[in-house]
Design a protein around this ligand. Structure first.
Ligand code: RIB
Ligand code: CA
Length: 308
């Protein structure tokens, strides 16, 4: 049996963040050290409440620490059109979760866990990178304790501007710190997450499982599919964030290239763009393991198995 991979999930739940948490909690290969939240899809009060509600629902007893309320430099932008006003619209959940967040800030939680850990920890950010950047800047010594940063964000095209993806766009300065930190970055951008789109057959299979959790995920996906149809005219919902955890469980699901990625923080039209140098034209040292392919059958099989 492989040693469990210790992870901290940094997220902005968020429908796909919630599914990513459920997938991580279902795996005996992953040890969740904690969940940290950040402002992203909705404000950090709501993303924290949503993280606590997901933990309550699946009986996940790990520390939840609230993080950054706003980006390092830019003003906040939210995505209620995609995730609803609560950030987790769709499923019926108790107004007030039983679980309480810890009284330590997410950035301090990340720093403390990394410095105290007797092994390395993998950071899995699936929202804006504000907490990760703040932790690295506040305590650079953590860089040597981070095994890998496995993130959902960026891509060779955008979904918030023509060239920028939401997570990176919300805090490009933070992304710049992370991508230049020297820590190995494994990036799941839109190039691959837009290949992980639900179909009616998949929704049918999930709802036929008949467990409480599968019903919860089915309700999440029903709402998420509706908003992706309204906003992007998609026939299904891309489960962006779950690609990160699926990789941790079975990396053979994905195909990668090692490339240079730089973050645009100045452009009038291109702020938040991940400049992915797939043809190595810059000659700059590669810093990212870039996911570009996915075995859909394996991916959905993993999610369905986890729900069962
Ligand atoms: O662009 C998709 C990303 O933005 C996902 O992480 C989604 O949850 C939102 O945070
Ligand atoms: Ca997210």
């Amino acid at each position: 049996m492989r040693e469990k991979r210790k992870v901290i999930l940094d997220c902005d739940p968020g429908h796909d963040d919630a599914i990513s948490i459920i997938l991580a909690a279902s795996s005996d290969q992953i040890q969740i050290e904690g969940i940290t939240t950040v402002a992203g899809n909705v404000d950090v009060e709501k993303t924290t409440l949503n993280a606590l509600k997901v933990c309550d629902f699946i009986g996940l007893d790990v520390p939840v620490a609230r993080g950054a309320e706003q980006p390092l430099v830019k003003t906040r932008e939210f995505a209620p059109d995609i995730h609803g006003d609560s950030g987790l619209d769709g499923p019926e959940l108790p107004e007030v979760p039983k679980k309480m967040m810890i009284d330590q800030h997410a950035v301090d939680f990340i720093i403390e866990r990394l410095l105290d850990s007797d092994g390395e920890i993998t950071l899995v950010p699936t929202g804006p990178l504000t907490n990760i950047a703040l932790a690295i800047e506040k305590e650079p010594a953590i860089v040597g304790k981070i095994r890998e940063i496995v993130l959902m964000g960026g891509g060779t095209f955008g979904n918030w501007t023509p060239t920028a993806e939401f997570n990176i766009y919300v805090d490009a300065e933070a992304a710049n710190v992370v991508f230049n930190s020297g820590v190995p970055v494994t990036m799941f951008g839109l190039d691959v997450t837009h290949q992980a789109i639900t179909t009616p057959a998949i929704l049918q299979e999930i709802s036929s499982i008949g467990t409480n959790v599968s019903k919860f995920v089915g309700d999440l996906l029903e709402f998420f599919t509706k908003t992706y149809k309204e906003v992007f005219d998609f026939e299904g919902a891309p489960i962006h964030d779950a690609c990160t955890v699926a990789y941790l469980i079975d990396e053979s699901i994905f195909e990668f290239e090692t490339v240079r990625v730089d973050i645009e923080t100045k452009g009038e039209f291109t702020y938040g763009t991940t400049c992915v140098d797939r043809l190595h034209v810059t000659g700059r040292k590669p810093n990212v393991k870039f996911a570009h392919g996915i075995n859909q059958e394996k991916f959905w099989g993993l999610l369905i198995k986890a729900l069962k």
